[in-house]
Ligand binder design. Structure first.
Ligand code: ADP
Ligand code: ASP
Ligand code: MG
Length: 820
């Protein structure tokens, strides 16, 4: 068959932008087979724009020569690098002649002051001529049997309401007359064509994709490969949405719909010639030719939503009035008026009450459209049956596209839920009759936000969590290291996508769009911006990610004071800090109410017993209907250490100093010895049980003598020695009864009485066996009455605390639906 080729390849402008790109294209074409192949090319990126600019400059009476020189210089640069001497000579002759032609046309334009569309087409079409000629000559220079073909010799197009359409009969005749048997590679100009009278025209911006499919039809090709600068058709515009994914398969109709609604990767008319002949299309990346890209064909394998797009530059026209109710023919009169004015309607929506009809039209036609409709309904407006014709400018249409949506009732709910949560103002809604798309008219200024929110709702792992960490000190730093180590496993095993996107120290913070590199966060933080917690929270709560959590490891009261606000705006909070949960009861109650209303989580397992499952155990007991009679325990790792080690051989104050030197106490040991920390934990447990306990209701025995409550730390440590004899007496008295001394917390589950202090316990009491810094908590419940439930283990230290915070984070993802 004379006209047959197996494959039509098309290279876009981005794939021919410069020398490196040309070389890549040449190597792809060299290895492309089976021969012969046809290669459709765009102009090198930016050339079409530059040529249009020349015509506009001439129209405006400005000097165009420097701009023309720049365009020529770019092409010359490529030719010099790619062609041998002989071919370069031929190239120079041709291009110099064309430069003169362009100059002449521009001069004429400058005289008239206005250029018709044909002049734009004539001048701008040179970009494709040059790249076709250049590529063919470059291939020939490398010994490949290649030539080029001017698409204007075959392609005739007519203007239609939907843009340029192929005049197939004429095109076939002209093609048959001009197409000679092809060499191994024939390069064809994209974009350019002739109109019915033989004048120059184009297929419209981005039209080379369409050229490729037209030639694929003429050549009866088996497939079309469109080479571009992205890995395929993406679920959304990669320049506007982070985290888009490649769509592996699309149907022609889906691709058409995506392109029509603004996905620039394909010209919307590309698919039409292919559908009738069942020619599949591949979209592939010139920079990664090994990738398989997107296949567009008869069927799209997996159902559901495929992509999300927007078209900007729309205006919404609204015809409203009580007089429209039940009046037949209103819609057809409206559309007839618009059709007569030559305005294309992109979307139509009619309320079921028939009280209003609205439609989206291109913004530049907005005023004309309103005029046309006003005239058509002049009588009704006069009689006040129609309230008027409203025009809303600056609109965009957001469309969700996918063949399989037909059978999926939840799609619209998901889409509008996401728009609602993102606070986007939806002005009109329409579902295409094909049910291949659902569209919404929204204000253009909200388009990016809308696009990201809707995209996330369909595409991201539902457990993609945006994480902000405050206080990267001991616990915070360990947490970051632990999380960094587990991210890959969680992603692959459980589809949990944890992204630490913000880290704030007291002075500086780092914010990252996708995620902070957890290998280098310390350096990044040093050169970060000044900490501002408002900016921090705004950043963490990103529109394109479904969930946000702030983890506060700062232990700072000013940070804790913000929890309620964060929860109210939908940010989950995790903290090892006791400040909020043991603070004033009314503040705590408000926090809990806010949390419930906003349907978010507040997790603080590590506030009691660090990584030990104490709060969780308490919750489980209560939720399974058990009754807590009492909670008793050693809740301070520091005090546990002191009394485990105190055997009277050395003075108590010496043991305190030693513990401090080992890092087992707070910097000021009074914070431990005062019992305040233990009292706070008891308050947290009490509130977890539903008891309304305030911190000052806890009876606390402080081990800090009143006289030493203020003053410096050294002074305190010295002063403490004065009490060493008293402490020894207490120990000896206990021993005489075969008892030990322990600092114990007790909570009566019925009366709510809470006591914290030093106690004598029998030497065989479970609390007497706890080792080193162990915490022990004993739950006496209706079920565990005779043999209480005991949780015991290391209850302090940054490593175990960080692990406990991490466990809270995973508990949150499980709550969000992850299988962890
Ligand atoms: P070419 O020069 O190859 O014709 P275009 O710039 O015309 O390339 O089209 C490719 C560009 O389309 C991509 O770089 C991308 O920024 C943009 N784009 C918009 N929406 C999508 C989408 N859904 N999938 C892929 N690319 C998209
Ligand atoms: N060169 C033309 C344009 O920039 C056609 C194309 O690239 O597809 O619009
Ligand atoms: Mg393109």
């Amino acid at each position: 068959m004379k006209n047959h080729v197996d494959i039509v390849h098309k290279f876009g402008g981005t794939s021919l932008a410069g020398l490196d790109e040309f070389r890549r294209v040449i190597s792809i074409v060299e290895s492309a087979g089976p021969r012969p192949v046809a290669v459709v090319v765009s102009a090198p990126a930016g050339i079409t724009d530059a040529l249009h600019g020349l015509v506009r400059a001439a129209e405006a009476g400005e000097d165009w020569s420097a701009a023309l020189d720049a365009v020529m210089a770019r092409c010359h640069g490529l030719a010099h690098a790619l062609l041998d001497r002989e071919r370069l000579g031929a190239w120079n002759t041709a291009i110099e002649r064309e430069r003169e032609d362009i100059n002449d046309v521009l001069k004429a334009t400058a005289l008239i002051g206005r250029a018709p569309a044909a002049v734009f087409a004539l001048v701008a079409g040179h970009g494709e001529l040059w790249s076709a000629r250049l590529l063919a000559a470059a291939l020939a220079t490398r010994g490949i049997d290649a030539d080029w073909f001017d698409a204007r010799d075959a392609l005739t197009v007519i203007d239609s309401e939907l843009g340029p359409a192929v005049a197939w009969e004429q095109t076939r005749t002209r093609f048959a007359a001009s197409w000679t048997p092809a060499p191994a590679v024939r390069v064809i100009t994209g974009y350019i064509a002739r109109d019915e009278r033989g004048g120059p025209t184009t297929l419209g911006r981005n039209g080379s994709d369409f050229s490729a499919s037209i030639f694929a039809a003429l050549l009866e090709a088996g497939e079309v490969v469109i080479w571009t600068d992205v890995d395929g058709v993406m679920s959304g515009d990669p320049r506007r949405i982070p985290d888009v994914s490649i769509i592996r398969e699309l149907s022609w109709h889906e691709a058409m719909e995506l392109a029509y609604f603004g996905a620039k990767v394909l010209h919307p008319r590309t698919m039409a010639p292919l559908v009738a002949r069942s020619i599949p299309v591949w979209i592939r990346n010139t920079a990664h030719p090994e990738g398989s890209g997107t296949r567009i064909g008869a069927v799209s394998s997996d159902g559901g939503v495929k992509g999300v797009t927007t078209i900007a530059g729309m205006a919404l026209l609204n015809l409203e009035g009580a007089g429209l109710i039940g009046v037949p023919g209103t819609a057809s009169r409206l559309f007839e008026a618009l059709r007569n004015a030559g305005i294309s309607v992109v979307l139509i929506s009619q309320g079921s009450s028939e009280h209003s009809i609205c439609c989206a039209v291109p913004e530049e036609d907005g005023l004309r459209a309103r005029e046309a409709v006003r005239n058509a309904f002049a009588a009704e407006i006069h009689q006040v049956q129609v309230e008027g014709v409203e025009l809303v400018p600056d609109c965009s249409i957001l469309a969700v596209v996918g063949e399989g949506m037909r059978g999926m009732p939840g799609v619209a709910a998901k889409m509008f839920g996401a728009l609602g949560r993102a606070g986007v103002n939806v002005r009109a809604i329409a579902q295409g009759a094909s049910e291949r798309n659902i569209s919404a008219v929204i204000p253009s200024e909200e388009a990016d936000r809308a696009l990201r929110a809707v995209h996330a709702s369909f595409y991201l792992s539902p457990q993609a969590v945006s994480i902000g960490l405050i206080g990267p000190g001991g616990v915070g730093a360990q947490l970051l290291d632990q999380v960094a180590g587990e991210i890959p496993r969680l992603a692959s095993e459980s589809r949990v996508d944890l992204r630490v996107r913000a880290i704030a120290g007291s002075r500086r913070m780092v914010l990252a769009t996708r995620a902070v590199d957890l290998g280098t966060w310390r350096e990044a933080l040093q050169s970060g911006e000044p900490t501002d917690l408002d900016t921090f929270a705004d950043h963490v709560q990103a529109e394109h990610l479904p969930h946000a959590v702030i983890i506060d490891c700062s232990g700072n009261a000013a940070v804790a004071a913000r929890y309620t606000d964060w929860l109210a705006r939908g940010i989950h909070v995790i903290t090892p800090s006791k400040l909020a949960a043991s603070g004033p009861l009314d503040v705590w109650r408000r926090l809990q109410e806010t949390r419930r209303e906003a349907n978010v989580r507040y997790l603080g397992e590590t506030t009691v017993g660090a990584g030990l499952p104490i709060i969780q155990t308490l919750r489980d007991l209560r939720q399974t209907g058990d009754e807590i009679i009492a909670i008793e325990g050693i809740l301070s790792g520091t005090l546990a250490f002191l009394f485990n080690g105190y055997d009277g051989a050395r003075p108590f104050s010496a043991i305190v100093s030693e513990a401090r030197a080992l890092g087992f106490t707070e910097p000021d040991p009074r914070d431990d010895l005062s019992g305040l920390d233990v009292a706070r934990k008891l308050v947290i447990l009490a509130r977890e049980m539903g008891l309304e306990l305030e911190l000052d209701q806890v009876e606390v025995e402080s081990l800090v003598p009143e006289a030493l409550a203020d003053g410096g730390i050294d002074e305190f440590l010295e002063g403490l020695a004065a009490g060493d004899d008293d402490m020894r007496e207490r120990l000896e008295a206990a021993r005489a009864r075969d008892h030990v001394l322990r600092y114990v917390a007790r909570l009566d589950g019925r009366s709510g009485k809470a006591v914290v202090g030093l106690e004598e316990l029998p030497a065989d009491h479970p609390f007497a066996y706890a080792r080193l810094t162990d915490n022990v908590v004993q739950f006496v419940t209706r079920r565990y009455k005779d043999n209480p439930l005991v949780v015991q283990g290391p209850g302090a230290g940054p490593g175990v605390t960080a692990a406990g915070v991490f466990a809270d984070l995973l508990r949150l993802t499980a709550y969000l639906g992850a299988d962890v």
